[in-house]
Ligand binder design. Sequence first.
Ligand code: H79
Length: 414
Amino acid sequence: MKDTKQQWFKDAKFGLFIHWGLYSVLAGEYKGKRTDRIAEWIMNYLDIPVKEYEKLALQFNPTGFNAEEIVKKAKEWGMRYIVFTAKHHEGFAMYHSGCSKYNVVDATPFGRDILKELQLACEKYGMKLGVYYSQAQDWHDPDGLRYGKDNSHKNYQAYLDRKCMPQLREILTGYGNIALIWFDTPMETTAEQSRAMIDLVKFIQPGCIISGRIGNQMGGYMTTGDNFIPRLPYEGDWELPATLNDTWGFNQYDHNWKNPDDVIRLLLKINSRGGNYLLNIGPDSLGRIPEGSIRVLDTVGQFVRENAEAIYDSKRVDIYAYELEWAQFTRKDYKLFVHMLQPKIRIELLNVGNRVKRAYLLKDGTELSYKVMKVCEGDSVIEVELPEYLHSRKNYCVCLETEEKEPIFEPIKG
Ligand code: H79
């Protein structure tokens, strides 16, 4: 069972992933060819030669980028940490690196250190900052790995020594507290190589969390598959990385946004099983957050703010409620939170062996009337009446205060 030993991570529940790099210049299209796949993979997918792809740096001038605005937005959306792609598989550093000129300060007309600006904004607004670093895949370095290509002639260790390890060191020494490093796609990284990376991170910043994808099961928590919710309860610390449409990096042709209801449901489903939801945005080549993302996240953020008590620091509820359409559940000591995801006129829960002391609407404290009845099998059913104006509403939360710390109950279907 994985344990980060970092309370902030256990309590955070919601984070912002930011995928941003040179691929945002292409925005899903190269020389008239579109990729219908994840846009940050375009170099690999369309086999763009390194010398060609490199030239994108000359066009990278995101004058619309404003770190403080992004961090403020993340706060507004209820996110408690940010994970930013300091280097994705393309190999381009989004910070001022001394070990490769292929970085945002030295190779672009923009010339600003994006990671530094994000660090300062995060410090100003009290946001945890994590860094995504593609440790194994590096499509720019001749010895970096490339998924789906022949890597047998490469000296992977030489690349690790020359670029990966020194860049990790730069990130960990030059950018304040790095709350976590999000490693990804370890490919053939050996246990010794993963260990060396972890040792380096922990030597410089002992509190820094290592993502599940360091490889060889050595991560500090379980990272699920992209967009994948585990079917069984998992007791340890875990996180689900997810897209808001069908790409991580900006794709001008992808408007397949999830709607706010989907996102709220996913957040609660993940939280009710004890996980964190790391939800992505992909800024465009000017550094702007896509309008479609903002629209959805503004609505989600309002829900999260109104129901913050039932989300942050909440604990998992070990019932198999995920088949249930109308609700998801979280809890704290002496409180059971019923997140109403579909319109209903009353809540019915079976087997509330513990007695409920009080029922109220979380967002404004309105008391709700309820009755507890014995059913003939001996269990009790609680019926909480919902006020009429809520009969057509969804996405709100009802709190049941209970006499037990960990209430035992069974939701009734339908
Ligand atoms: O950073 C994001 C992705 O770029 C990265 N992980 C998240 C967090 C990721 N790496 N690999 N994958 C996702 C899945 C790989 C899918 C692939 Fe493909 C299928 C690679 C080759 C075939 C998709 C389709 C990309 C190219 C073609």
